[in-house]
Design a protein around this ligand. Structure first.
Ligand SMILES: *[C@@H]1O[C@H](CO)[C@@H](O)[C@H](O)[C@H]1NC(C)=O
Ligand SMILES: *[C@@H]1O[C@H](CO)[C@@H](O)[C@H](O)[C@H]1NC(C)=O
Ligand SMILES: *[C@@H]1O[C@H](CO)[C@@H](O)[C@H](O)[C@H]1NC(C)=O
Ligand SMILES: *[C@@H]1O[C@H](CO)[C@@H](O)[C@H](O)[C@H]1NC(C)=O
Ligand SMILES: *[C@@H]1O[C@H](CO)[C@@H](O)[C@H](O)[C@H]1NC(C)=O
Ligand SMILES: *[C@@H]1O[C@H](CO)[C@@H](O)[C@H](O)[C@H]1NC(C)=O
Ligand SMILES: *[C@@H]1O[C@H](CO)[C@@H](O)[C@H](O)[C@H]1NC(C)=O
Ligand SMILES: *[C@@H]1O[C@H](CO)[C@@H](O)[C@H](O)[C@H]1NC(C)=O
Ligand SMILES: *[C@@H]1O[C@H](CO)[C@@H](O)[C@H](O)[C@H]1NC(C)=O
Ligand SMILES: *[C@@H]1O[C@H](CO)[C@@H](O)[C@H](O)[C@H]1NC(C)=O
Ligand SMILES: *[C@@H]1O[C@H](CO)[C@@H](O)[C@H](O)[C@H]1NC(C)=O
Ligand SMILES: *[C@@H]1O[C@H](CO)[C@@H](O)[C@H](O)[C@H]1NC(C)=O
Length: 765
C-alpha cells in the first residue's frame, strides 16, 4: 500500500504530517548523569553524527560533555553507550589566529552552554568563535564565525575520543594520510582501533571543502609541516605521526563554511556525498530544515496525541528521537563484502536492545527493522556470526548470551517475512547454539570468546549448566536458556519438530542453576553457580562480587538474574512457592533498603534491588502479571517511569544504551510491554490517548477515560477492538498485525477488571 492510499484512508495521519514535532524534542535529554546521549546533528539511523568532542579527563562516550574544553567537531559518534568511547573521528577545529604548531593543545572552553534542536547545533567558544552544524546522511556542514577576522582551521586525522578508565579499551590511532588539492579541498583517510568492542584496525575516508579560498595550507606529519600556496597540491601520510592539514584564511575573514563527506569505501565516494547531498546551492538553514522535516515524517509523527501537557510531549518526542539515532544505516558503505542486502552497524548492544527495544522498532520503524534483520543475517553469511554488539564493522562484545537469536525469534513469531531469508536466519541461530566461537582472548574475560556466539557453549552442552570455568556463568546460563527458547520458536514455525523439542528442552537448563536451599530476605530459591560435580556453590543472592566481566553475574545481582528466564515464568512461579510468594518476592525487589551491595545499590534509587539504571530488570517490573497482579506491574513500573525519567539533561536513570532506556519508557507510556521472543504483550495502562501509526495505513488507537498519569492509572475496564477484554495480555495479531483499538477506563483504585487466563508461559511446556 502506498502513501496515496494511506492518505485517503487516514486523514488524521495526513494532518499529523503538518505538525512540527521537533519543537518538543530536547536534544540534550539524557546527555548528563551517565545517560551518554549524543546531542549533535543526525538523521534517523544516519551515518553522519556530527557534534563536538569534549575533554575533561573523564570519558566522553558520545563526544559531548556538559563541561570541559572543545577539542574539535567530528563526524562520527555513538549514542547512549557506556563501557568506553568509540569514534570521534573525521575532525575539524576552528582556531583564532595563526597556528604555529598544530600538535599543541588548541582546545577551548565554551563561552556558554551549547544550543540546539533536531538537526541544528550551535557552540560558542570563549575566544568568540561560533560554530553551527548540520547533517545529511553521509555528510555534514560545519559553519564557523570568526568575529575578530583571523581564521584558521585544523584538520587532525589522528583525533579520536580517548578513554581514561584504564581498562585497556581506549581507541588507538594507527596512521593516516591527507592530500590537499589545488582547489583547496582535502581528502583524508585514517586508521583506528580498539574501543569498547576491541576492534582491530578500521579505516574511514573523508573529503572536506571550504566555501572561502584559503590563504595558506600546510600539511603536517608529526612536527614537520609543509607550507603550500593555494593552488598547489601536496600530501603526506604516516603510520606513526599525527597527520593533518592547517588552513588559514586571509585577514578579515569572518565566516567560513566547510562541507565534509565520509565513506568507508573511498575518499572519492566521500567527496561524492558532498555533491549529491550537500551541494553549495543548499544553505545550512535549508539542510537543517530538511533534516527536521525528515524526523517529523519518518519518526516523530509515528505517535500522535491531542494532549497539551508540555513536559509529557517533550518526554514522548525526545524518547522517540533518542531511540532512532543508532544503529547506523551503512547500506552501500560496507567495506568488507559486496552484497545486495542492507547493512547496519553500531548495534550497541543487543544485550540491551533485545528486551523491549527491537520490539518497538518493529512497531514504529517496520521498514528499517526488516532491513536490520536482513543485515544481521548477512553479517552471519559473510563474517560467520551474528553480532551481539557490533561497531566499526566488527562484532563484539557479547556480555551474556547470543541475544541476536531473541531479536530474530521475535521478528519471526510476529510475522516479519518480506525479503528476510528465514532458512538462513535459522542457520545463523543454529550456529550460535551449536558452534563454540574461537576464543578472542579478551583480558577482561580470558576464559572464552566474548566476541560473538556463546563462549561457554562446551559446558552448556556437556552439563546443561555453566561451571565457574567460565566467567559470567550464571548470566550466560539464564540468557542461553532464552536463546535456546528462541531457536525452538523459529524451528517450530519452520516445521522442524525435532529442533523445536531439542531447543525447548535446552531452554529449561536455567533450572539446573536453581537452588532451593539458598535464602535471602526471607525468600528461598535463587540461581547460583554450580560446580562440575553438580554441587551448588554458596552465593549470597545480594552479592555478585564486582558484577563485571570476570564474575559469575554480569552487571546485576543473583536476585535480579533469578527473574531473567522470561520464557518460563510459570515454572519460576512454581519454584518460588506459588503466585502469592512470587508476588511478595517481586515486591521485595522494590522495597527501599533491600540492596546494600556497593556494586549495584544506590542512594539515588533508595537502595532497591530493582535497578532502574540498567537493562536486566526491564521485564521484571511487569512480571506481577504472572502472579495475577497486573495492578502491581502498573504501580511499580509507573513509579519507576515517573520517578527516574524526564526530558531534562539528566533525565535518564542510566546509560541510554542505544535508546534502550527510551524504549522502556515509551512502552510504559503506551500501556503495553512486549515479552520478546513471543507474541504476548502484557497490558498495564497508557499515560494518555494516542494514535500509533503502524505503517501501510494501519493504526493502533489507544484512548483513556478518567485517568491521571500519577493518581488515577488503574484499569477499570478495557475494550479491545470495541469488545470487552478480560485478559491482562493480548497478542501481536490482536492490535498490531492489522491495527486496532484499545479503550481504557482508568481510576484511582485497582479493580478486578480481568479474569481471563494468566499470560502464556510458552517455555514452561
Ligand atoms: C584574534 O584572536 C586571536 C586569538 O586570541 C589572536 O591571536 C589574533 O591576533 C586576533 N586577531 C585579530 C585580527 O585581532
Ligand atoms: C582549556 O582551554 C584553555 C584555553 O585554551 C587552556 O588554557 C586549558 O589548558 C585547556 N584545558 C584543558 C584541560 O585542555
Ligand atoms: C545558531 O547559529 C545560527 C547562525 O549560525 C543562528 O542563526 C541561530 O539562531 C543559532 N541558534 C541558536 C539556538 O543559538
Ligand atoms: C620530519 O622530517 C624528517 C625529514 O624528512 C624526518 O626524518 C623526521 O622523522 C620527521 N619527523 C617527524 C616527527 O615527522
Ligand atoms: C610537498 O611539498 C614539499 C615541499 O614543497 C615537497 O618537497 C614534496 O615533494 C611535496 N609532496 C608532494 C606529494 O607533492
Ligand atoms: C594577518 O595579519 C597578521 C598581522 O598583520 C599577520 O601576521 C598574518 O600573517 C596575517 N594573516 C594572514 C593569513 O594573512
Ligand atoms: C538505508 O540506506 C539505504 C541506502 O542509502 C537506503 O536505500 C534505505 O532506504 C535506508 N533505510 C532506511 C530505513 O532509511
Ligand atoms: C535463502 O538462502 C539460501 C542459501 O543462502 C538459498 O539456497 C535459498 O534459496 C534462499 N531462500 C530464498 C527464499 O531466497
Ligand atoms: C565439588 O567440586 C567443588 C569445586 O571443585 C569442590 O569444592 C567440592 O568439594 C566438590 N564436592 C564434592 C561432593 O565432590
Ligand atoms: C506448577 O505446580 C503445579 C502443582 O504442583 C503443577 O500442577 C503445575 O504443572 C506446575 N506448573 C509448571 C509450569 O511447572
Ligand atoms: C525514597 O524513599 C523515600 C521514603 O520512603 C520516598 O519519599 C522517596 O520518594 C523515595 N525515592 C525514590 C526515588 O523512590
Ligand atoms: C482510529 O481512530 C481514527 C480517528 O478517530 C479512526 O478514523 C480510525 O477508524 C480508528 N482506527 C481504528 C483501527 O480503530
Amino acid at each position: 500500500m502506498g502513501r496515496w492510499l494511506a492518505f485517503i484512508l487516514s486523514p488524521a495521519l495526513a494532518a499529523a504530517q503538518n505538525v512540527d514535532y521537533t519543537q518538543y524534542v530536547q536534544i540534550f535529554m539524557g546527555t548528563e548523569n551517565g545517560g551518554n546521549m549524543f546531542p549533535g546533528v543526525v538523521r534517523p539511523f544516519g551515518m553522519t553524527k556530527l557534534g563536538p568532542d569534549l575533554y575533561t579527563g573523564s570519558d566522553a562516550y558520545s563526544g559531548y560533555l556538559p563541561s570541559g574544553n572543545v577539542t574539535g567537531f567530528t563526524m562520527m559518534h555513538e549514542s547512549g553507550t557506556g563501557g568506553a568511547p568509540k569514534y570521534g573521528v573525521v575532525h575539524q577545529m576552528p582556531v583564532a589566529g595563526l597556528v604555529s604548531n598544530p600538535l599543541i593543545d588548541l582546545s577551548q572552553p565554551r563561552a556558554s552552554a551549547d544550543q540546539g534542536s533536531v538537526g541544528t547545533y550551535n557552540t560558542t567558544l570563549v575566544n568568540g568563535i561560533q560554530i553551527s552544524l548540520a547533517a545529511s546522511e553521509h555528510a555534514g556542514i560545519m559553519s564557523y564565525k570568526f568575529p575578530n577576522g583571523s581564521a584558521s582551521i585544523v584538520v587532525d586525522v589522528s583525533h579520536v575520543l580517548p578513554s581514561f578508565r584504564g581498562l585497556g579499551l581506549s581507541q588507538g590511532y594507527a596512521g593516516g594520510s591527507v592530500q590537499v588539492f589545488a582547489d583547496g579541498h582535502y581528502e583524508t583517510s585514517g586508521v583506528y582501533n580498539n574501543g569498547w568492542n576491541e576492534a582491530p584496525d578500521w579505516k574511514i575516508y573523508a573529503c572536506g571543502r571550504f566555501n572561502v579560498e584559503p590563504a595558506t595550507m600546510k600539511v603536517f606529519s608529526g612536527i614537520n609541516t609543509t607550507l603550500i600556496s593555494y593552488g598547489e597540491t601536496n600530501s603526506t601520510s604516516s603510520i606513526t605521526n599525527r597527520v593533518g592539514v592547517v588552513y588559514s584564511f586571509k585577514n578579515g575573514t569572518q565566516a567560513v563554511e566547510s562541507r565534509v563527506g565520509i565513506s568507508w569505501i573511498s575518499s572519492a565516494k566521500a567527496c561524492s556525498y558532498i555533491s549529491s547531498e550537500l551541494p553549495s546551492s543548499k544553505s545550512l538553514a535549508q539542510v537543517q530544515s530538511e533534516t527536521q522535516s525528515f524526523w517529523n515524517s519518518e519518526v516523530l509523527s509515528k505517535i500522535t496525541t491531542t494532549i497539551t501537557d508540555l513536559p509529557t510531549l517533550q518526554l514522548l518526542y525526545s524518547s522517540l528521537y533518542g531511540m532512532t539515532l543508532i544503529p547506523s544505516n551503512r547500506t552501500g558503505e560496507n567495506p568488507l563484502w559486496d552484497s545486495l542486502e542492507p547493512y547496519y552497524d553500531d548495534d550497541f548492544t543487543f544485550w540491551d536492545l533485545h528486551r523491549c527495544s527491537t520490539a518497538l522498532m518493529q512497531v514504529l520503524q517496520p521498514i528499517a527493522y526488516e532491513e536490520q534483520i536482513r543485515s544481521l543475517i548477512d553479517i552471519w553469511r559473510h563474517a560467520g556470526w551474528m553480532p551481539d554488539a557490533r561497531s566499526s564493522n566488527y562484532n563484539g562484545r557479547t556480555q551474556g548470551g547470543s541475544n541476536c537469536d531473541n531479536v530474530l525469534a521475535d521478528a519471526y513469531v510476529k510475522g516479519v517475512r518480506g525479503a528476510v531469508n528465514w532458512t538462513d536466519g535459522y542457520s545463523a541461530m543454529v550456529k550460535d547454539a551449536e558452534v563454540t566461537p574461537p576464543n578472542n582472548g579478551d583480558p577482561q574475560a580470558p576464559d572464552s570468546s566474548d566476541q560473538q556466539g556463546r563462549g561457554a557453549l562446551p559446558d552448556w552442552l556437556k552439563y546443561g549448566y555453566i561451571t565457574p570455568t567460565y566467567s559470567r556463568a550464571v548470566t550466560r546460563a539464564v540468557e542461553y536458556s532464552v536463546n535456546d527458547f528462541s531457536l525452538s520458536q523459529v524451528a517450530q514455525g519452520l516445521g522442524n519438530q525435532a529442533d523445536y523439542r531439542k531447543y525447548l528442552s535446552r531452554s529449561h537448563n536455567w533450572r539446573n542453576h536453581w537452588s532451593s536451599g539458598v535464602s535471602s530476605l526471607g525468600f528461598t530459591g535463587f540461581l547460583v553457580p554450580r560446580s562440575a560435580n553438580g554441587t551448588f556453590i554458596a552465593q549470597d543472592p545480594l552479592s555478585c562480587g564486582g558484577c563485571y566481566w570476570g564474575d559469575a553475574y554480569y552487571e546485576a545481582l543473583p536476585w535480579e538474574y533469578s527473574f531473567g528466564m522470561t520464557h518460563d515464568i510459570a515454572t519460576l512461579v512454581n519454584f518460588t512457592g506459588g503466585p502469592q510468594k512470587f508476588v511478595q518476592k517481586l515486591e521485595a525487589m522494590f522495597q527501599p533498603g533491600n540492596n546494600p551491595a556497593s556494586s549495584t545499590g544506590s542512594s539515588q534509587f533508595n537502595y532497591t534491588i530493582f535497578n532502574p539504571s540498567n537493562e536486566p530488570d526491564f521485564t521484571t517490573a511487569y512480571l506481577f502479571h504472572y502472579g495475577g497482579r497486573p495492578d502491581l506491574s502498573l504501580k511499580y513500573s509507573r513509579h519507576v517511569a515517573r520517578t527516574y525519567y524526564n526530558a531534562g539533561n539528566s533525565g535518564l536513570p542510566g546509560n541510554s544504551d542505544a535508546g534502550a532506556m527510551q524504549t522502556w519508557l515509551l512502552w510504559n507510556m503506551i500501556g503495553l510491554y512486549p515479552l520478546t521472543t513471543t507474541t504476548t504483550f502484557l497490558i498495564h495502562a497508557p499515560w494518555f490517548s494516542m494514535t500509533i501509526n503502524l505503517g501501510n495505513g494501519k493504526v493502533l488507537n489507544i484512548t483513556t477515560v478518567g485517568g491521571d498519569v500519577d493518581s488515577a492509572f488503574y484499569v477499570q475496564q478495557l475494550l479491545v477492538n470495541g469488545q470487552p477484554w478480560r485478559k491482562s495480555w493480548l497478542t501481536w495479531n490482536d492490535v498490531f498485525a492489522n491495527g486496532g483499538s484499545m479503550e481504557f477506563t482508568l481510576g484511582e483504585q485497582p479493580s478486578q477488571w480481568f479474569d481471563g487466563p494468566l499470560p502464556p508461559s510458552p517455555g514452561s511446556l
